[in-house]
Write a protein that binds this ligand. Structure first.
Ligand code: SF4
Ligand code: SF4
Ligand code: FES
Length: 531
């Protein structure tokens, strides 16, 4: 491995690595616009210049491969480099419209950041003599382009070509009137991953319709989390403010999603505020429909009915169905509750293909819309939904406790399940939504969305990944973990307490497939089962 000295300190570089990559690997920040570690280097912005010993002129660090014995000075130690960066900044800002106060990127814009870090010169070009270019051009329903803010780094062009495999954008014209254009004026961006170009645009030239003008970025809180749109479990950062979630942005995880996420998954944060969210528990008393109630009543009434049924029919008359939409911790506590209180009772888990919608694509989407499909097998929940339906049809199962799923409206067994559910003396559904199955329930336990709670999902490759609450539970919804603990207390069962983190540590200490894992060891990048 070649050795390189950067600003007086010696480092080992990976074979074939560039100077900028080696600096990034060692925590040395070099100003850059066009370089992105996930794209081919193009060396067009000249912001990353460094002084290389014996080289006749400054070199772009994104295009310079490390050689053994190389000695490099960055902007941290070289006045020549700082001077060059000021020149680059001046050049980039010559025709910039200086519309930062109304730009969505303000607060996370590399032009702003580098102006403060490296430039700080007054503009020498009066605003009324700047070159004007098209503004607010729709590249698609989701992506809007402002040519005056564009610094022509071509990250967007390279993303479409290299990651999406689509030749849809290119640079046209020359000099001061150059801009990025769709190849065909009539066309729009067509990819399923197009909003990633908004993320990687270093300035405010590309904006996302869903987020434009909704919230200034400095007001938001940022929470690392997981997209629950499919079983890939792309790592995301949640932007929220005052109990409202405003956006997902992809968070780098080289083992899961690299730097990207799909456009469909990006919008799944909206489910936390969706119509049909259950914000209070409901209880059916007499009539066909349940009504809003308080937690004490729904828990006490459910526990009383279940105890009566158990006394009359035995513990196996009570069954449960876990869910690939619920956290690993909820499924584990459901298993613990039933093992402690109803020995021999069925605890089923939906079959792996229940949420399959088409096949995987070439980049990230798995085609399996369940974020936690591996939880059932990992926790040993081997009973099938069919066996539970058969038990209800045969009259041996009288009460059912379900997590999350809308089985009365999902999959090939929906109709049969809906019919069987009518025979139940007590159906309890724990879910964030008042869906078709919840509407048939005697007791509806208003659970939080994963963005309001703490826990893990296991992705399709067996990687256990943590999520943390980005916002507080809305109104009276409780976390699934808390509801199960409350239900266990009402039924007189002893199950692990605490929040998602403590429950995960309890399950990791007990379940074979999780051995060696702990909440802290999962960190922000997750860890694989059985390693
Ligand atoms: S739109 Fe953004 S990403 Fe694309 S070339 Fe311009 S500045 Fe770069
Ligand atoms: S690929 Fe799946 S997990 Fe990733 S962003 Fe899309 S829906 Fe979400
Ligand atoms: S980052 Fe190296 S030239 Fe742009």
């Amino acid at each position: 491995m070649p050795k390189i000295t950067i600003d007086g300190t010696e480092f080992e570089a990976k074979d074939g690595a560039t100077v900028i990559q080696t600096c990034a690997d060692n925590g040395i920040d070099i100003g850059h616009y066009c370089w992105h570690p996930g794209l081919s280097p193009e060396g067009n912005c000249r912001m990353c210049l460094v002084e290389v010993e014996k080289a006749p002129k400054l070199m772009p660090s994104c295009m310079t491969t490390v050689g053994d014995g190389m000695v490099v000075k960055t902007q941290h130690t070289s006045e020549k480099v700082r001077e060059a960066q000021r020149d680059v900044m001046e050049f980039l800002l010559v025709d910039h419209p200086i519309d930062c106060p109304i730009c969505d990127q303000a607060g996370e814009c590399k032009l702003q950041d580098y102006y403060m870090q490296y430039d700080r010169q007054p503009s020498q070009v009066p605003l009324d003599s700047k070159v004007h270019k098209p503004k607010r051009q729709k590249f698609s329903e989701q992506v809007t382009y402002d040519a005056e803010r564009c610094i022509l780094c071509t990250r967007c062009v390279r993303f479409c070509r290299e990651i999406e495999g689509k030749e849809e954008l290119g640079m046209i014209n020359r000099g001061a009137v150059s801009l990025i254009s769709l190849y065909n004026d009539e066309a729009k961006l067509s990819g399923d991953y197009q909003v990633n170009i908004v993320d990687i645009c270093p300035v405010g030239a590309l904006t996302h319709s869903d987020f434009r003008f909704k919230k200034r970025v400095w007001f938001m809180d940022y929470t690392p989390s997981i997209c629950a749109g499919c079983s890939r479990g792309c790592n995301v950062t949640v932007g929220s403010h005052n109990a409202k979630v405003y956006r997902y942005k992809p968070r780098e995880n080289q083992d899961v999603n690299q730097w990207w996420m799909c456009d469909e998954g990006r919008l799944t944060y909206k489910q936390v505020h969706a119509e049909g969210r259950l914000l209070k528990p409901r209880l059916r008393s007499g009539g066909d429909n349940s009504e809003y109630t308080d937690w004490r009543r729904v828990l006490d009434r459910s526990a009383d009915v279940i105890k009566l049924l158990e006394k009359k029919e035995g513990p196996q008359a009570i069954a449960a169905i876990g869910s690939p939409l619920a956290s690993t911790e909820e499924n584990y506590l459901l298993k613990k509750l039933f093992a402690a209180r109803f020995p021999g009772a069925k605890v089923a888990f939906p079959a792996a293909d229940l949420y399959k919608e088409g096949g995987p694509d070439k980049l990230l989407k798995t085609g399996d819309k369940a974020p936690n499909a591996r939880a059932g097998a990992a926790l040993g929940l081997t009973d099938t939904i069919e066996s539970v339906i058969e038990g209800i049809e045969a009259g041996t199962i009288k009460a059912l406790y379900m997590l999350g799923d809308d089985l009365a409206a999902t999959g090939p067994l929906a109709e049969r399940f809906a019919k069987a559910a009518e025979k139940l003396s007590w159906l309890m559904v724990q879910s964030p939504y008042y869906h078709a199955t919840a509407q048939r329930a005697h007791a509806v336990l208003a659970a939080t969305h994963h963005l309001e709670s703490q826990g893990t999902f296991i992705n399709f490759e067996g990687r256990v990944q943590r999520f943390a609450p980005a916002i507080k539970p809305q109104v009276e919804a409780r976390t699934g973990v808390q509801i199960l603990q409350d239900m266990a207390a009402a039924l007189g069962a002893d199950i692990p307490g605490g929040e998602g983190a403590q429950v995960f540590d309890a399950l990791a200490a007990e379940e074979k497939q999780f051995s060696g894992l702990s909440w802290n060891a999962l960190g922000d990048q997750g860890a694989k089962l059985g390693q």
